[in-house]
Design a protein around this ligand. Structure first.
Ligand code: TYD
Length: 209
């Protein structure tokens, strides 16, 4: 059975990555290509739901090491129970955040090697065919967050460090992960077009063969 395509969207909070995720999902639907939309922290298991509460910054706190381990457990459960079975049976999956979010966000407190170690099982099971990084200046992201949200999330003030950690991880993972960095400091439509130019043909090719 031919495998499906797995695409991850990454970026800082406020970068517009979720807008792009939705836009690409809609474009695919319009040409009759169905895919499943997923996110992490996931809605698929109790650990993901707990993490959603923790990152909402409502007063639940755990140590950085526990946090990194919880994200890796959510990811492993998500991959083994939901994402991989879908891909293996020919379905396509788009995901809003995957392992690079852990390298960046948990990388504020922990080193790359430890985060890699926690995530090894998920990485060995499945890496995205391509990771799209929507790159927007951290100060622009923060401005958007301040204008659009009532409450800040846990990591919202760490944009400059987070962006650096994303790029550091892209370099370290360059033999394992294919990453497309798109300039997100443009209109949403222009960003969608650039992403579509790269991934649209892959989906169309995969449907034909
Ligand atoms: P986010 O995509 O911002 O969700 P939403 O916009 O729906 O609130 O993700 C929630 C937060 O989780 C975000 O601040 C980044 C953090 N996060 C990590 O710290 N590590 C991870 O591995 C993942 C997937 C997310």
């Amino acid at each position: 059975m031919k495998k499906g395509i797995f695409i991850a969207f990454e970026g800082l909070d406020g970068s517009g990555k979720t807008t792009q995720f939705n836009a690409i999902k809609n474009k695919l639907a319009k040409i009759g290509i169905n895919c499943i939309g997923e996110k992490e922290p996931s809605d698929r298991n109790p650990i993901g739901l707990l993490l959603q509460d923790i990152v909402r910054n409502i007063g639940l706190t755990v140590s950085p090491i526990s946090m990194a381990k919880l994200f890796s457990v959510d990811r492993y459960e998500h991959v083994i129970n939901n994402i991989k079975p879908c891909i293996d049976s020919g379905g396509h999956v788009l995901i809003d955040r995957y392992v690079f979010s852990s390298f960046a966000y948990q990388g504020l407190d922990l080193n790359f090697e430890d985060i890699f170690h926690y995530n090894r099982d998920a990485i060995e099971l499945l890496m995205p065919d391509i990771t799209i990084f929507v790159d927007v200046a951290p100060e622009v992201c923060l401005e958007r967050i301040n204008n659009n949200r009532i409450r800040k999330e846990l990591f919202d003030d760490n944009g400059v460090d987070l962006r650096e950690r994303f790029f550091d991880a892209f370099e370290r993972m360059k033999d394992t992960a294919k990453v497309l960095i798109v300039d997100g400091n443009r209109s949403a439509d222009a960003v969608t077009d650039e992403i579509w130019d790269v991934i649209g043909p892959r989906f169309m090719y995969s449907e034909r063969h």
